[in-house]
Design a protein around this ligand. Structure first.
Ligand SMILES: [Zn+2]
Length: 304
């Protein structure tokens, strides 16, 4: 949608998409993204935005007076994946122009102390944004990747949806973001089970590890953040993957893909519940043990 490094006039962006024209965080209604701008007046009181040593883009939240709180724009950033919003980050260039940095995922935040507009000491929220491209690029076929192909699918799914906020240190959050991105892909490919989830054809060849070759396609970038991530990733053959990106009907095609995954995921959740029943052997509805025909609570036979 936007091109990294390209200069845009901020006014044009708002005329096209709407959203607040002032301030650092713009949340256009009816769009599936929010726009962040750095260096806006009234946002920085000596706080620096920019890349940290750990590879985060540190972005100071909004709020002029008193402690910063997780409300309005700050809330929009923190909850962007849960709300189905992508983050597009722009840096102020000059005279109303902004330069597009890229699509980001909020993978954490830190709280620091600093002065507010009146010079009083207060709580400052600094978001840790990770480049969505970096998360994509993080998928290497290393030991962890191979391990993910062997783990129980339920465990892998858990990894794919782990909360960044569960980690205390920035470097742990960074590591989690990368391994989570990997888990989401492997999960989608394993769900596809060697067969393109769109056209139903087998992967066109085998990889060096002997698996049918398929590609993980992100229907939305969200998959690197939200609680229901695996719902947004699909395993495709190269031809369908290209169609999803370059075809004239790509938006309808992607929409269809979303439905395919939704159906599969719903069925999987159902099967999982059924599987649990089978493991315990207890019928959920009647409470009767299917293997013995007895009610474990009374020890009596069903037909008595
Ligand atoms: Zn296909």
């Amino acid at each position: 949608m936007f091109v990294a490094g390209e200069i845009y006039r901020r006014r044009d962006l708002h005329e096209l998409f709407g959203g607040q024209r002032q301030g650092g965080i713009s949340t256009p209604s009816g769009q599936n993204f929010i726009m962040l701008f750095t260096g806006s007046q009234g946002q920085q009181y000596g706080y620096n935005h920019g890349w940290s040593e750990e590879g985060f883009y540190l972005y100071t939240g909004v709020g002029q007076q008193g402690d910063m709180a997780f409300e309005r724009g700050n809330w929009a950033i923190l909850e962007h994946t849960a709300n189905g919003k992508d983050i597009h980050l722009f840096e102020n260039d000059s005279k109303g122009n902004v330069s597009y940095v890229g699509e980001m995922v909020c993978t954490g935040f830190r709280e620091v102390r600093g002065p507010d507009i009146d010079g009083n000491d207060r709580r400052v929220i600094v978001f840790e944004l990770t480049s969505a491209d970096a998360l994509d690029g993080a998928v290497e076929a290393d030991d962890e990747y191979e391990r993910m192909w062997k783990e129980p699918l339920v465990k892998l799914r858990k990894q794919a949806t782990a909360s960044y906020m569960s980690k205390n240190s920035p470097s742990e959050r960074r590591a989690l973001a990368r391994s989570r991105s990997k888990a989401i892909r492997v999960y989608a490919l394993r769900r596809a089970n060697g067969v393109c989830e769109a056209c139903g054809k087998n992967g066109p060849f085998r990889t060096s590890s002997g698996r049918p070759y398929l590609e993980a396609h992100h229907m939305r970038r969200l998959c690197d953040g939200g609680p229901d991530d695996p719902w947004w990733v699909i395993g495709l053959c190269p031809s369908c993957h290209r169609r999803a990106h370059h075809s004239a009907d790509k938006s309808e095609f992607n929409h269809r893909l979303e439905h395919i995954v939704e159906r599969k995921e719903r069925r999987r959740v159902k099967d999982q519940k059924r599987g649990k029943d089978q493991r315990t052997g207890i019928d959920r509805r009647t409470g009767i043990d299917r293997r013995t025909g007895k009610d474990p609570r009374s020890g009596r036979n069903r037909r008595e």
